[in-house]
Design a protein around this ligand. Structure first.
Ligand SMILES: [Zn+2]
Length: 438
């Protein structure tokens, strides 16, 4: 058995005919779900993941309906029928709620209607604490203190039990209704002992495909300790998925400890989230900052970047028109740099001067200098970089940012496969622990 990489994916689409010079969507783009393309559609000649993961929570009812009408998720996303699609509930979205948002029957119907290959039982994340809940309450993310009179230990134990109870219900319904997908039983734990207890129970129920959830934020050594603890339960007939932790550093351990699949949104998400210094990944394991050129028009407020109104207010002599001219000049400068028509110093000066207007607090001078000096986008042969050139390194809007994410997925998948094929030969860097924001 080998180790498979699943890409969590759904809203991740771009306009294939986007006009980068005019910053306009294609005139043919009447309906984004029909016109826009998914990551894999930009790589027709090669695979960039072994499977796709779709959370119920990431789809609106209208989109679910469209997928159903299209004849299932493979048809809707133009995905090769040999490539499996796994569904889960997306428990992160309701971590703050007292109960999961769905019933077991709703979840089962969703997997069935969308014609998924694998469906994960309904779960509730067990690592929530009263402190997290109180913080979210202060930020008005929760309306009622439903945890009054409870303790963290009690809530975590309830969720642990609830997840197992839902796994039993899911198994029973699946046995009765016999939908076409393979059921996966998910364990939420916290400690190696709790995961052991959960996995033992899931195997006893009858599951041959087990998933461990709630480990996205865990350190490598904690994940390894859990896997070592449950190892005696993982016989050859058992497949094992670990949610959210496809880290290169863990691959040798996954292979050793019987993990058969994992997933990670990091290659896609890091393109436009995080520290801002690791947006663009390369085949030789470098990570570069993308160069920010905030949009004057049609931009929603972004974290750490002032709105156009704020920029104009602070820079009293600047009009909206002149701000736009500076924006366009910055874009032209980057394109000229790509063509070797302008020096690095001048490019850097222009980019930083425009950046500063937006009150970006962090100093990107060194990071941008490194990106511009090394020109990594010009060394990548992937279809995205070949087609759009310097646009892929510009931090600006969905069409550039998500394309960069698609490129990262391709780079990551190649590395992932190399390590899987030769786990001892690679000096593996540690992966990301995604921070969960509540
Ligand atoms: Zn590329």
């Amino acid at each position: 058995m080998t180790l498979k990489f699943y890409l969590p994916n759904f809203e991740d689409m771009v306009d294939p005919d986007y006009d980068f010079d005019g910053d306009q969507p294609s005139p043919k783009r009447k309906d984004r779900w029909a016109h826009d393309k998914f990551a894999h559609q930009f790589f027709p000649d090669e695979q960039i993941f072994d499977g796709m993961l779709i959370s119920k929570a990431s789809l609106s009812p209208a989109v679910e309906e469209r997928i159903k009408r299209a004849g299932g998720v493979h048809a809707f996303t133009h995905l090769d029928s040999d490539i499996p699609v796994m569904g889960d509930c997306g428990a992160f979205t309701y971590i703050l709620e007292e109960e999961p948002l769905y019933t077991v029957q709703q979840v089962l119907d969703y997997y069935l209607d969308l014609k998924l290959n694998y469906g994960v039982s309904l779960d509730h994340l067990a690592f929530v604490t009263i402190e997290m809940l109180e913080k979210a309450f202060e930020k008005s993310k929760i309306k009622e203190r439903w945890w009054a009179g409870q303790t963290t230990e009690k809530i975590q134990r309830q969720r642990f039990n609830l997840t197992l109870q839902k796994a039993q219900e899911f198994w029973d319904l699946h046995a009765r209704q016999k939908p076409g997908f393979t059921p996966i039983g998910i364990a939420q734990g916290g400690t190696p002992e709790l995961y052991y207890e959960a996995v033992e129970k899931l195997i006893e129920i009858g599951y041959e495909y087990i998933a461990l959830g709630g480990l996205v934020r865990s350190k490598d050594q904690d994940i390894i300790a859990i896997l070592e603890k449950i190892q005696s339960l993982i016989q050859d007939n058992i497949q094992l998925h670990i949610f959210g932790v496809a880290r290169l550093s863990l691959i040798p351990h996954f292979l050793r400890l019987g993990v058969t699949s994992t997933d990670s949104a990091a290659p896609l998400r890091r393109a436009f989230l995080g520290t801002g210094e690791d947006n663009y990944w390369t085949a030789d394991s470098q990570k570069y900052a993308a160069i920010r050129v905030p949009q004057v028009k049609g931009r929603q407020g972004k974290r750490g970047v002032d709105s156009v109104q704020e920029v104009l207010k602070r820079n009293g002599r600047l009009s909206a028109e002149s701000l736009e001219e500076l924006e366009q000049q910055t874009l032209r400068t980057l394109r000229a740099y790509h063509q070797n028509a302008i020096t690095l110093d001048e490019t850097l000066r222009t980019v930083l001067a425009y950046d500063k207007l937006y009150g970006i607090e962090r100093d990107y001078t060194a990071a941008y200098q490194r990106t511009l000096t090394d020109r990594p986008w010009q060394q990548c042969g992937c279809p995205i970089c070949k087609e759009v050139g310097v646009e892929v390194i510009i931090f600006r809007g969905n069409n550039r940012n998500r394309r960069r994410g698609f490129h990262n997925v391709k780079i990551f998948y190649d590395q992932f496969q190399r390590v899987v094929q030769n786990p001892t030969e690679h000096e593996v860097q540690s992966g990301y622990q995604l921070q969960l924001e509540v």
